[in-house]
Design a protein around this ligand. Structure first.
Ligand SMILES: Cc1cc2nc3c(=O)[nH]c(=O)nc-3n(C[C@H](O)[C@H](O)[C@H](O)COP(=O)(O)OP(=O)(O)OC[C@H]3O[C@@H](n4cnc5c(N)ncnc54)[C@H](O)[C@@H]3O)c2cc1C
Length: 432
């Protein structure tokens, strides 16, 4: 480990946890039964639980770790429409109508999270700051501009093209070739948002039991038996909200999601002048690389929070931190001597069609597969899956009934990831 790159008090844990530590929950015996058991206490699980608890169902949320320990308190707090495939790709696969509905569902998820936070008055540094999506080579800039100019009628979103010559108004770097601002994209303090949601779930009457891994789920007629080391809970409905941590508990789902590590660092505090020079607009930022870099200022405008890299096997933030630092310095050379105060990672869930999925398999409700962009969509689909449990018509989504594909012999260990990433990194270094 290159220790000089870290501050002496560096933490190998999310920057966000300094301000919002994982909640302390009193130990209490598991109830013998609940109407709804939700597995996973991230955005998906808590939003599902909020619906079912407010809908009058006795709701129990179980997490293998502390509440919110997964990606929902580790992410970059960048909120987009989440849907990665473009209209043409979706139309080829599912037809034009379905493609239109899927893209609109992504747009709805972005609008909805803002409405939810406002309606619930959650204090979480939410702001519609806009995203600067930067082109990492000239061809990508042309592609971005063409995509923006050729937006399909009825699916347009507000954008602004930034030429390379004007780039310094957005970012203090010459590493890019211009970019596009997506004006509706937003930022949030992810752990404050999670905490606000968590508080409302408790207020709605649901219970959260941390450090209680679900070991198996057995069918018992119309009901389920949810088995944990702390006891068994009988449940009418079960929601699986485990996303990138989906394991052998649900083999059918495990065969359909690809767990991928995503990594972040926080810099030590920078001066006001330096922050104003490097990130003058305080937007969220991403780029056109396939192995994308994403970054932003911290809500107090003192640190840069820089994310990127993907891997399945790298789980030590002491190792990933310096690699990310080197990537950051390629974009902001003046940060070469700036140290890392926090380094952390988490597992996101990709899918073979790069779409999120929601539904019911063998009686188990699920929503997952946000492909690294789940702040808005996990919230939105968590809410929808909760409505589906309640049997409400508004629980319907554009993703319902879409095939959730796997691949022959794939059982949850993405052996193909390392060569794919090497290929994508090579592609990112080319001029196409
Ligand atoms: C470093 C990083 C940066 C990211 N940045 C962004 C970003 O800027 N914007 C964006 O939109 N998305 C981002 N994401 C992705 C986003 O955070 C996730 O898509 C989203 O939080 C998923 O929420 P979730 O509730 O489905 O899953 P999670 O929050 O991961 O929760 C799953 C939970 O399931 C629990 N669990 C698993 N198995 C069991 C079991 N058997 N029993 C009990 N509990 C179990 C886990 O302990 C975990 O707490 C990022 C992710 C990472 C890791």
């Amino acid at each position: 480990m290159n220790d000089t790159l870290f501050t002496p008090d560096r933490k190998l844990a999310p920057y966000w946890w300094d301000q919002v530590p994982r909640p302390v929950i009193d130990d209490a015996p598991l109830p013998p039964a609940a109407d709804v058991v939700v597995i996973g206490s991230g955005y998906t699980g808590l939003h599902a639980a909020l619906q079912t608890a407010r809908g009058g169902r006795e709701t129990l949320i179980l997490d293998a770790e502390d509440a919110g320990w997964g990606c929902s308190t580790r992410n970059g707090g960048q909120i987009s429409t989440s849907v990665k495939p473009d209209f043409d790709t979706l139309a080829k696969r599912h037809g034009e109508q379905s493609a239109t509905e899927i893209i609109k569902e992504g747009q709805r998820s972005l609008a909805w999270i803002g409405e939810f936070i406002a309606a619930e008055a959650i204090d979480c540094d939410f702001g519609v700051v806009g995203r600067f999506h930067a082109a990492h080579n000239p061809l990508q800039f042309t592609k971005l501009v063409n995509a923006v100019k050729g937006q399909r009628q009825g699916l347009e979103v507000p954008t602004e093209i930034v030429e390379r010559s004007a780039q310094h108004t957005e970012l203090g770097t010459d590493a890019y070739f211009g970019g596009v601002i997506y004006k509706q994209h937003a930022s949030v303090h992810p752990a404050r948002y999670h905490q606000g949601l968590f508080d409302r779930v408790l207020r709605a009457g649901a219970r959260v039991v941390p450090r209680c891994p679900v070991l198996s789920i057995a069918r018992d007629g119309e009901r389920f038996r949810v088995i944990t080391p702390q006891g068994t809970v009988a449940a009418r409905n079960v929601v699986v909200a485990t996303n990138g941590y989906t394991g052998p508990l649900t083999p059918w789902l495990q065969r359909r999601v690809i767990p991928i590590g995503s990594y972040m660092i926080a810099t030590e505090p920078l001066s006001t002048e330096q922050m104003a020079r490097l990130m003058p607009r305080s937007r969220i930022v991403s780029d056109t690389r396939k192995v994308v870099f994403y970054y932003r200022a911290s809500p107090d405008q003192r640190h840069i929070l820089f994310g990127g890299r993907v891997s399945h096997d790298e789980t030590d933030p002491a190792v990933s931190g310096p690699k990310l630092h080197a990537d950051m310095v390629k974009i902001f050379p003046e940060l070469a001597a700036t140290r890392i105060s926090h380094s952390w990672c988490g597992f996101v869930a990709y899918t073979f069609d790069e779409l999120m999925h929601v539904g019911n398999h063998d009686g188990l409700h699920f929503a997952m597969g946000y492909c690294g962009s789940g702040v808005g969509m996990a919230s939105y689909l968590g809410m929808r899956v909760g409505q589906q449990v309640l049997g409400l018509a508004e629980g319907r989504t554009a993703f319902d009934g879409l095939p959730f594909a796997t691949r022959p012999f794939y059982t949850g260990n993405p052996w193909f990831l390392a060569p794919s990433i090497r290929y994508y990194r090579w592609r990112d270094r080319q001029s196409f």
